[in-house]
Design a protein around this ligand. Structure first.
Ligand code: PGA
Length: 243
């Protein structure tokens, strides 16, 4: 399966950044699928700038309901209409900043699927949980409670302590966790669990991407800081194994 290299811009990026980035990635040769998740305000502009390009767009969150009195929120259908095909859900920054628990993430995933979006559901342990030997247990529980039945989206394993820190787990730890996630997905979803792409996220850079993307059951990367530079994003994408 082709790998998916997804950029999560978080709360970064202005109009001028979008134009330059889109121009740089639009026709870049890639043997991985490329996805940019900019702030929602830029999706529409990105969609216009990327017209005819295989690069996809995603949101960073959506509401669990299709519409209503929810000031400041955005529905999955709104994202789709703006040009998104994917949406990141349950990122640890949402779980911490907005108190999102697994039930909320699952409800959002159901809303995303109903609107035709592919959810990218983030899971990952804190440093304290890893030190306590609880990492796999925590991640399995997040999967069990965040993924709706029949889930056919993407999972991103993002250890909370690796996000934005410049630190990554050892290659053995990433491989072990991705193998455990695959087993959990198959137990939960049956054979379909074998087809879910499992991304690694947390301080992925051009310098470590090749080693991380080559590990068993790693189906791509969710890239934060390094995705703000088109050069670095494309360097990461070109480190993906040719599948
Ligand atoms: P990072 O962020 O690459 O800056 O560590 C990853 C993420 O939060 O998705």
């Amino acid at each position: 399966m082709r790998q998916l290299i997804a950029g999560n811009w978080k709360m970064h990026g202005r109009l001028a950044d979008a134009a330059g980035f889109a121009a740089a990635v639009k026709n870049a040769p890639a043997w991985a699928d490329l996805l940019i998740c900019p702030p929602a305000t830029l999706i529409d502009r990105f969609a216009a700038a990327l017209a005819g390009s295989p690069v996809s767009l995603g949101g960073q969150d959506c509401h669990a309901l299709p519409q209503g009195a929810h000031t400041g929120d955005i529905s999955a259908a709104m994202l789709a209409e703006a040009g998104a095909s994917h949406v990141i859900l349950g990122h640890s920054e949402r779980r911490v900043d907005h108190g999102e628990n697994n039930a909320i993430v699952r409800a959002k995933a159901e809303a995303a699927i109903a609107a035709g979006l592919i959810p990218i559901i983030c899971v990952g342990e804190t440093e304290a949980e890893r030190e306590a030997g609880e990492a796999e247990h925590v991640v399995r529980s997040q999967l069990l409670h965040s993924l709706p039945p029949g889930f056919a989206g993407v999972v991103a394993y993002e250890p909370v302590w690796a996000i934005g820190s410049g630190r990554t787990p050892t290659e053995d730890d990433v491989a072990a966790m991705h193998t455990a996630i695959r087993a959990a997905l198959v137990a939960q979803l049956g054979a379909a669990g074998g087809n879910v792409r499992i991304l690694y996220g947390g301080s992925v850079k051009p310098g470590n991407a090749g080693a991380l993307l080559a590990l068993p059951e790693v189906g791509g990367a969710l890239v934060g800081g390094a995705s703000l530079s088109a050069t670095d994003f494309l360097a990461i994408a070109s480190a993906a194994p040719r599948g």
